[in-house]
Design a protein around this ligand. Structure first.
Ligand SMILES: C[S@@+](CC[C@H](N)C(=O)[O-])C[C@H]1O[C@@H](n2cnc3c(N)ncnc32)[C@H](O)[C@@H]1O
Length: 317
């Protein structure tokens, strides 16, 4: 199916839900956090399992997604607090809302299919709309602001680092040349600049703009900034035996999750040979997934979008 034939509102199949829910071990009466509610797929599954008496605190920085989730989760309104916020404010939120340490935290990272497939949100290189890409539309800067104002070298670095695009310098130079004539404000306009610039060079069967669009999205939403610190902070709100489950969708995110979890489990996170390692090695948790879990063949057949998912889980000792 092509992107524009799909209805974004239908995109609520939660990724690796069975694995995530099994690992969270949701119990009636428990307090849980869904830090990335989206359209509420995982939240619904959690709410079903924590009755009676359970409480779910749900967060998302995207107000529109939250509104859709709210109507979907209505039957459980009495057990649910939904908040339009950045999950990085979780410590503040839990200090205010949770009466005791929580039983489990789920974080399904990144952008949702709903956001990607809603043309007006400006994530897709196939739409002729404003380059926006904000998950939180109350945020001021958009992808267009970034593209038109960032110095060329920084733009190239972002495209290289977050898009893992080896032709980043060439692409940044082409963008800067175009914007000197007129601002680059539309998704298709940017996609065409990139296609013209790197056409014919190997891009492993993906659209030439894919990596650059991913990089811009990560930069606009500051997706990787502070993620490692946030995971440690979130962990500190778990009760002993409580669990944190994280689903990541690209290697940059997954590397950060892996590192944060290894650190909490008292393992080495440096590249030094063992005899020179100075990692603190304080064991606060046990790794429930020494290797990341990936979706099974049935899920992949039903939801090809799940293909890059990597799930990791940790239990507080
Ligand atoms: C992969 S989707 C989650 C889908 C959800 N689990 C479901 O079942 O529908 C990721 C969601 O996380 C939200 N998000 C991403 N970064 C966030 C952040 N820093 N704070 C709060 N929400 C965030 C996005 O707006 C998006 O709705």
């Amino acid at each position: 199916m092509t992107e524009h034939l799909r209805n974004p509102d239908d995109e609520h199949i939660p990724v690796m839900a069975k694995e995530a829910l099994d690992l969270l071990q949701c119990k009636p009466g428990g307090i849980y956090v869904d830090a990335t509610v989206g359209l509420g797929g995982h939240s619904l599954a959690i709410l079903e399992r924590i009755q009676p008496g359970g409480q779910l605190i749900g967060i998302d920085r995207d107000k529109e997604s939250l509104e859709k989730a709210q109507s979907r989760l209505k039957p459980y309104a009495g057990s649910l607090r939904l908040l339009h916020d950045n999950y990085k404010n979780l410590p503040l939120i839990l200090n205010n809302l949770a009466s005791r340490p929580v039983d489990g935290i789920l974080i399904d990272l990144g952008v949702s299919s709903y956001q990607l497939l809603s043309p007006e949100r400006g994530f897709s290189f196939q739409s002729d709309v404003l380059l926006d890409m904000r998950m939180d539309r109350t945020q001021q800067w958009t992808a267009a602001d970034l593209i038109n104002n960032m110095p060329e070298s920084e733009l190239a670095d972002i495209i290289y680092r977050y898009g893992e695009e080896r032709l980043s310098r060439r692409i940044a130079a082409a963008i800067v040349q175009e914007r000197s004539k007129a601002p680059v404000t539309r998704c298709r306009q940017l996609a065409e600049i990139i296609s013209r610039t790197i056409k014919g060079r190997s891009n492993q069967g993906i659209h030439p703009a894919t990596r650059t669009f991913q990089a811009l999205r990560i930069a606009v939403n500051e997706e990787l900034q502070g993620l490692e610190e946030f995971l440690s902070e979130a962990f500190s709100f778990l009760k002993p035996g409580g669990r944190i489950v994280v689903i990541a969708f690209h290697s940059l995110e997954d590397r950060i999750v892996k590192r944060a979890f290894r650190r909490l489990a008292g393992q080495c996170v440096c590249d030094a040979p063992p005899e020179l390692c100075l990692c603190p090695r304080q064991t606060l948790a046990s790794l429930l997934t020494p290797r990341p879990m990936t979706p099974g063949p049935e899920e992949l057949a039903a939801n090809p979008r799940a293909r890059s998912a990597r799930l990791r889980a940790l239990e507080r000792i």
